[in-house]
Design a protein around this ligand. Structure first.
Ligand SMILES: [Zn+2]
Length: 356
């Protein structure tokens, strides 16, 4: 592959400090291993969160960690048991490897495996290197007409697909999305493709809401810009009807949104908590039994979500290109992270190209 035994990586040394640093190049140690040459990586909100705070919930960065988990690339090396891939294949890689013998794996919910080894979630290194090792069945071939950038975005798209599947999205559904960041935008777009007729976006940022409008929102509500005495739930209900929404995707984690979401979810409706915000908040829990709401969390993605995402993007029903707002070369990765940290509103998705 290469004579040198080290490669450059984008390493979070400690909160607030990212360095381009040499790390060792992975080698095949299991016959089912695949080594991918990384071609494109999206910056995720979680990467920025680790950069600024050094932790998410109880995942704490205690030692230097390679960043990045939304990646695509080319198969560079395969183990002897790998028959479904060959060197040179263009692929997207699913960045979390479960324990194959865990009860969660047997139950078909490997995303819940507490020992899942997820790229760039401490203590596991991420993908922002030249070569990254993973397992053959967590690598998905990309159709020729999908770019590496689009391949990288299969990761956030898979979260949106997973959220829609657990919401049992169906034709005619009226849904409300709180938070018009990348995951919210994708959740709303997938909802439309799955048949939702109303997709209302709620956010505080006009910039984000404009993007939501261009990305398929049927209505947008600026929860920060309402006239005195007008409530967010009354505006939402004006758009989707008094009964309320069939499905809520809460992608902000903010208390005000969770409260409003429960308020505008119709009796018998489904509330999906996707976003992560403060660890504890206050909300009207009595509405959950009185309206018999289904209140469910959504964690990343599970089997079928990556392949369905590729199918969706490949079908042309959903274009990911409008989400890509910035591109940086690998050598400028630190600037990319700084830009995302300092000007979050300017960015939807930043792609780091390469290394080479
Ligand atoms: Zn991500």
């Amino acid at each position: 592959m290469t004579e040198s035994i080290t490669q450059e990586a984008v390493v979070l040394e400690q909160p607030g400090k990212i360095t381009l640093m040499d790390v060792s190049i992975p080698t095949i140690s299991d016959p089912n291993d695949v080594i991918i040459q990384i071609k494109a990586t999206g910056i995720c909100g979680s990467d920025i969160h680790y950069y600024t705070h050094g932790k998410i919930a109880n995942y704490v960065v205690k030692s230097p960690m390679v960043l990045g988990h939304e990646s695509s690339g080319i198969v560079a090396l395969i183990g002897e048991n790998v028959k479904t891939l060959k060197v040179g294949d263009r692929v997207a890689l699913e960045p979390g490897l479960p324990d194959r013998f865990s009860p969660e794996m047997r139950e078909g919910r490997y995303n819940l495996d507490p020992n899942l080894k997820f790229a760039a979630t401490p203590p596991f290194d991420g993908t922002l290197t030249k070569y990254y090792k993973t397992a053959k069945d967590f690598v998905y071939k990309l159709p020729d007409h999908l770019s590496f950038e689009e391949g990288a975005l299969m990761e956030p798209l898979s979260v949106a697909v997973h959220a829609n599947k657990i919401a049992k999205m169906k034709f005619g559904a009226r849904c409300v999305v709180f938070g018009a960041g990348p995951i919210g935008l994708l959740a709303g777009k997938v909802a439309s493709v799955f048949g939702a007729t109303d997709v209302v976006f709620v956010d505080l940022s006009e910039t984000k809401l404009e993007r939501a409008s261009q990305f398929g929102a049927t209505h947008v509500v600026n929860s920060g810009g309402l006239p005195h005495g007008v409530t967010v739930d009354s505006v939402i209900k004006k758009e989707i009807g008094k009964k309320g929404a069939d499905i809520i995707f809460e992608c902000s984690g903010a208390q005000a949104c969770i409260r409003t979401g429960i308020e505008v979810c119709k009796a018998g409706g489904t509330f999906i908590q996707v976003g992560m915000g403060p660890e504890e908040i206050q909300f009207p829990i009595s509405m959950i039994p009185t309206k018999e709401l289904t209140f469910q969390g959504c964690l990343r993605y599970c089997q079928g979500d990556y392949s369905d995402s590729i199918e969706l993007a490949s079908s042309g029903k959903l274009s990911l290109k409008p989400l890509i707002t910035h591109r940086y070369k690998f050598k400028d990765a630190i600037d990319a992270f700084d830009e995302n940290r300092d000007h979050p509103l300017n960015n939807v998705k930043t792609i780091i190209e390469g290394p080479a």
